[in-house]
Design a protein. Structure first.
Length: 259
Protein backbone atom coordinates (compact mmCIF):
# COMPACT_ATOMS: atom_id res chain seq x y z
CA UNK A 1 0.00 0.00 0.00
CA UNK A 2 1.40 3.38 -1.02
CA UNK A 3 1.86 6.11 1.55
CA UNK A 4 -0.28 9.16 0.76
CA UNK A 5 1.72 12.18 -0.41
CA UNK A 6 0.15 14.35 2.24
CA UNK A 7 1.60 12.05 4.91
CA UNK A 8 5.08 12.37 3.42
CA UNK A 9 4.74 16.13 3.43
CA UNK A 10 3.66 16.07 7.06
CA UNK A 11 6.50 13.76 8.02
CA UNK A 12 8.99 15.94 6.16
CA UNK A 13 7.78 19.04 7.98
CA UNK A 14 8.17 17.26 11.30
CA UNK A 15 11.85 16.53 10.71
CA UNK A 16 12.77 20.05 9.59
CA UNK A 17 15.09 21.78 12.07
CA UNK A 18 13.46 24.34 14.32
CA UNK A 19 14.20 27.98 13.65
CA UNK A 20 15.02 29.65 16.96
CA UNK A 21 15.80 33.11 15.62
CA UNK A 22 15.24 34.89 12.31
CA UNK A 23 14.86 38.40 10.97
CA UNK A 24 14.12 39.33 7.36
CA UNK A 25 14.26 43.08 8.10
CA UNK A 26 10.95 43.52 6.31
CA UNK A 27 8.95 45.31 9.01
CA UNK A 28 7.70 48.88 8.93
CA UNK A 29 10.64 49.93 11.12
CA UNK A 30 13.40 52.12 9.71
CA UNK A 31 16.03 50.44 11.89
CA UNK A 32 16.49 46.89 13.27
CA UNK A 33 13.97 45.68 15.84
CA UNK A 34 15.47 46.45 19.27
CA UNK A 35 13.77 43.39 20.75
CA UNK A 36 16.04 41.29 18.51
CA UNK A 37 19.12 43.44 18.00
CA UNK A 38 21.34 45.71 20.04
CA UNK A 39 23.54 48.46 18.67
CA UNK A 40 27.22 48.47 19.45
CA UNK A 41 27.17 51.95 20.91
CA UNK A 42 25.18 50.77 23.95
CA UNK A 43 27.26 50.92 27.12
CA UNK A 44 27.68 48.36 29.86
CA UNK A 45 27.38 49.87 33.32
CA UNK A 46 30.34 49.07 35.55
CA UNK A 47 32.37 47.38 32.81
CA UNK A 48 34.62 50.04 31.28
CA UNK A 49 36.47 47.63 29.01
CA UNK A 50 33.31 46.32 27.43
CA UNK A 51 31.67 49.74 27.28
CA UNK A 52 34.64 50.89 25.24
CA UNK A 53 34.61 47.69 23.19
CA UNK A 54 31.00 48.28 22.22
CA UNK A 55 31.65 51.63 20.58
CA UNK A 56 35.13 51.23 19.10
CA UNK A 57 36.63 49.08 16.40
CA UNK A 58 39.71 47.49 17.96
CA UNK A 59 40.99 46.74 14.46
CA UNK A 60 41.00 50.40 13.50
CA UNK A 61 40.93 53.36 15.89
CA UNK A 62 39.58 55.61 13.13
CA UNK A 63 36.17 53.92 13.16
CA UNK A 64 33.34 54.51 15.61
CA UNK A 65 30.06 52.60 15.62
CA UNK A 66 26.91 54.67 15.75
CA UNK A 67 23.17 54.13 15.81
CA UNK A 68 21.84 56.52 13.18
CA UNK A 69 19.92 56.01 9.96
CA UNK A 70 22.97 57.30 8.06
CA UNK A 71 24.89 54.14 9.02
CA UNK A 72 22.10 51.63 9.80
CA UNK A 73 18.69 51.51 8.14
CA UNK A 74 16.08 49.22 6.61
CA UNK A 75 15.61 50.03 2.92
CA UNK A 76 13.83 48.80 -0.19
CA UNK A 77 16.01 46.46 -2.22
CA UNK A 78 14.88 44.68 -5.36
CA UNK A 79 17.58 42.04 -4.84
CA UNK A 80 16.19 40.99 -1.45
CA UNK A 81 13.79 38.05 -1.39
CA UNK A 82 10.98 40.18 0.06
CA UNK A 83 12.05 43.53 -1.37
CA UNK A 84 13.54 44.93 1.85
CA UNK A 85 16.94 44.66 3.49
CA UNK A 86 19.15 46.01 6.25
CA UNK A 87 21.67 48.50 4.88
CA UNK A 88 24.90 49.12 6.78
CA UNK A 89 26.87 52.12 5.57
CA UNK A 90 30.40 53.33 6.23
CA UNK A 91 30.75 57.12 6.00
CA UNK A 92 33.22 59.83 6.94
CA UNK A 93 32.53 61.54 10.22
CA UNK A 94 31.27 65.04 9.31
CA UNK A 95 32.88 66.38 12.50
CA UNK A 96 36.27 64.78 11.89
CA UNK A 97 37.46 64.19 8.31
CA UNK A 98 40.05 61.59 9.39
CA UNK A 99 37.44 59.50 11.23
CA UNK A 100 34.74 57.15 9.96
CA UNK A 101 31.32 56.14 11.22
CA UNK A 102 29.89 52.67 10.76
CA UNK A 103 27.51 50.22 12.43
CA UNK A 104 27.57 46.85 14.14
CA UNK A 105 24.70 44.98 15.77
CA UNK A 106 24.34 41.92 18.00
CA UNK A 107 21.43 39.56 18.55
CA UNK A 108 18.77 40.07 21.20
CA UNK A 109 20.59 42.13 23.77
CA UNK A 110 18.15 44.56 25.40
CA UNK A 111 19.12 47.79 27.12
CA UNK A 112 19.90 45.90 30.33
CA UNK A 113 22.53 44.02 28.30
CA UNK A 114 21.31 40.59 29.24
CA UNK A 115 23.75 39.05 26.81
CA UNK A 116 22.58 35.48 27.54
CA UNK A 117 19.21 36.16 25.89
CA UNK A 118 20.71 36.26 22.41
CA UNK A 119 23.10 33.34 22.57
CA UNK A 120 23.32 30.12 20.62
CA UNK A 121 25.28 26.90 20.98
CA UNK A 122 25.14 24.40 18.11
CA UNK A 123 22.95 24.50 15.04
CA UNK A 124 23.02 26.36 11.73
CA UNK A 125 23.64 30.08 11.71
CA UNK A 126 23.36 31.85 8.37
CA UNK A 127 22.92 35.24 6.75
CA UNK A 128 21.95 36.20 3.21
CA UNK A 129 23.79 39.35 2.22
CA UNK A 130 25.24 41.37 -0.63
CA UNK A 131 28.61 42.74 0.43
CA UNK A 132 29.84 46.30 -0.16
CA UNK A 133 32.37 47.22 -2.82
CA UNK A 134 32.53 47.75 -6.53
CA UNK A 135 34.79 47.68 -9.57
CA UNK A 136 37.97 49.70 -9.71
CA UNK A 137 38.99 49.04 -6.08
CA UNK A 138 36.07 51.16 -4.82
CA UNK A 139 35.63 48.75 -1.90
CA UNK A 140 39.27 48.81 -0.88
CA UNK A 141 39.58 48.95 2.90
CA UNK A 142 35.99 47.95 3.71
CA UNK A 143 35.72 44.88 5.97
CA UNK A 144 32.19 43.43 6.41
CA UNK A 145 31.76 40.42 8.68
CA UNK A 146 29.26 38.06 10.29
CA UNK A 147 30.56 36.31 13.37
CA UNK A 148 29.72 34.76 16.73
CA UNK A 149 31.44 36.07 19.84
CA UNK A 150 31.55 34.38 23.25
CA UNK A 151 28.81 35.54 25.61
CA UNK A 152 31.33 35.65 28.46
CA UNK A 153 33.00 38.65 26.84
CA UNK A 154 30.62 40.63 29.03
CA UNK A 155 31.96 39.04 32.21
CA UNK A 156 35.64 39.77 31.76
CA UNK A 157 36.71 37.05 29.31
CA UNK A 158 38.35 39.26 26.74
CA UNK A 159 39.05 38.15 23.17
CA UNK A 160 40.23 35.57 22.22
CA UNK A 161 39.55 33.83 25.55
CA UNK A 162 35.81 34.32 25.04
CA UNK A 163 35.89 32.33 21.79
CA UNK A 164 34.76 33.35 18.31
CA UNK A 165 33.49 31.77 15.10
CA UNK A 166 33.87 33.93 11.99
CA UNK A 167 31.13 32.81 9.61
CA UNK A 168 32.65 35.13 7.05
CA UNK A 169 34.95 38.11 6.74
CA UNK A 170 35.57 39.92 3.46
CA UNK A 171 38.39 42.26 2.58
CA UNK A 172 37.39 44.89 0.04
CA UNK A 173 40.73 44.37 -1.68
CA UNK A 174 39.69 40.76 -2.52
CA UNK A 175 36.02 41.19 -3.50
CA UNK A 176 35.63 37.59 -4.67
CA UNK A 177 37.05 35.91 -1.56
CA UNK A 178 35.87 35.38 2.02
CA UNK A 179 37.59 33.83 5.00
CA UNK A 180 36.19 31.90 7.95
CA UNK A 181 37.88 31.01 11.21
CA UNK A 182 37.69 29.84 14.81
CA UNK A 183 39.43 31.73 17.62
CA UNK A 184 39.80 30.90 21.30
CA UNK A 185 42.16 30.67 24.29
CA UNK A 186 45.74 30.38 23.09
CA UNK A 187 45.03 30.61 19.36
CA UNK A 188 43.79 33.20 16.92
CA UNK A 189 43.02 31.40 13.71
CA UNK A 190 46.12 30.24 11.80
CA UNK A 191 45.45 26.54 11.16
CA UNK A 192 41.78 27.13 11.94
CA UNK A 193 41.34 29.76 9.21
CA UNK A 194 40.06 28.93 5.73
CA UNK A 195 39.17 30.85 2.58
CA UNK A 196 36.96 30.31 -0.44
CA UNK A 197 36.55 32.16 -3.74
CA UNK A 198 33.70 32.77 -6.12
CA UNK A 199 34.22 31.20 -9.56
CA UNK A 200 35.14 33.00 -12.77
CA UNK A 201 36.23 36.22 -11.14
CA UNK A 202 32.82 37.00 -9.66
CA UNK A 203 32.55 39.45 -6.75
CA UNK A 204 30.45 39.38 -3.60
CA UNK A 205 29.26 42.95 -4.23
CA UNK A 206 27.45 41.88 -7.43
CA UNK A 207 24.71 39.70 -5.90
CA UNK A 208 23.30 38.23 -2.71
CA UNK A 209 24.89 35.08 -1.27
CA UNK A 210 24.13 32.87 1.73
CA UNK A 211 26.94 32.48 4.25
CA UNK A 212 26.51 29.78 6.90
CA UNK A 213 28.15 27.72 9.62
CA UNK A 214 26.90 24.37 10.88
CA UNK A 215 28.11 23.98 14.45
CA UNK A 216 27.88 20.55 16.07
CA UNK A 217 29.64 19.06 19.10
CA UNK A 218 31.95 17.06 16.83
CA UNK A 219 32.57 19.44 13.91
CA UNK A 220 32.19 22.95 12.52
CA UNK A 221 31.45 23.34 8.80
CA UNK A 222 31.46 26.54 6.76
CA UNK A 223 29.36 26.83 3.62
CA UNK A 224 28.61 29.30 0.84
CA UNK A 225 25.30 29.12 -1.01
CA UNK A 226 24.68 25.66 0.41
CA UNK A 227 28.08 24.23 -0.55
CA UNK A 228 30.44 23.26 2.28
CA UNK A 229 33.97 24.50 1.65
CA UNK A 230 35.61 23.56 4.96
CA UNK A 231 34.91 21.24 7.90
CA UNK A 232 36.96 21.48 11.09
CA UNK A 233 36.61 18.29 13.16
CA UNK A 234 36.47 18.41 16.94
CA UNK A 235 40.01 17.09 17.21
CA UNK A 236 41.27 20.42 15.90
CA UNK A 237 39.57 22.50 18.57
CA UNK A 238 38.48 20.11 21.34
CA UNK A 239 40.85 21.73 23.86
CA UNK A 240 39.65 25.16 22.82
CA UNK A 241 36.32 25.47 24.56
CA UNK A 242 33.53 27.24 22.69
CA UNK A 243 30.60 28.14 24.90
CA UNK A 244 27.46 30.06 24.04
CA UNK A 245 28.06 32.68 21.39
CA UNK A 246 26.31 35.89 20.35
CA UNK A 247 25.68 36.62 16.67
CA UNK A 248 27.25 39.83 15.38
CA UNK A 249 26.81 41.56 12.02
CA UNK A 250 28.91 44.56 11.15
CA UNK A 251 30.87 46.61 8.68
CA UNK A 252 34.36 47.70 9.61
CA UNK A 253 37.25 49.56 8.02
CA UNK A 254 40.48 47.64 7.75
CA UNK A 255 43.79 49.18 8.72
CA UNK A 256 44.87 49.02 5.07
CA UNK A 257 42.28 51.59 4.01
CA UNK A 258 43.58 54.44 1.87
CA UNK A 259 41.57 57.64 1.81
Amino acid sequence: MRTPLRFLETLESRIQPAVNFSDDFNSFLVQPDTSKWAHYQQNVVGKPYNADWLSKDYNNANVKYTNTTSTLSIVSDAGALDGKALKMTLIRDPNSPTQFLSSEIATAIPSTFNIQSGTVQYGRIEVRAKLPGGPGASGYGVFPSFYLLGSNVNTGAHWPICGEIDVFENKGSTPGQIQSAIHGPGYTGHELTTTTDLPDGEAFYSAYHTFAVDWAPNAISFSLDGNIYKTLPQQMWQTRQLGKLVQMLGQRLSTTHSS
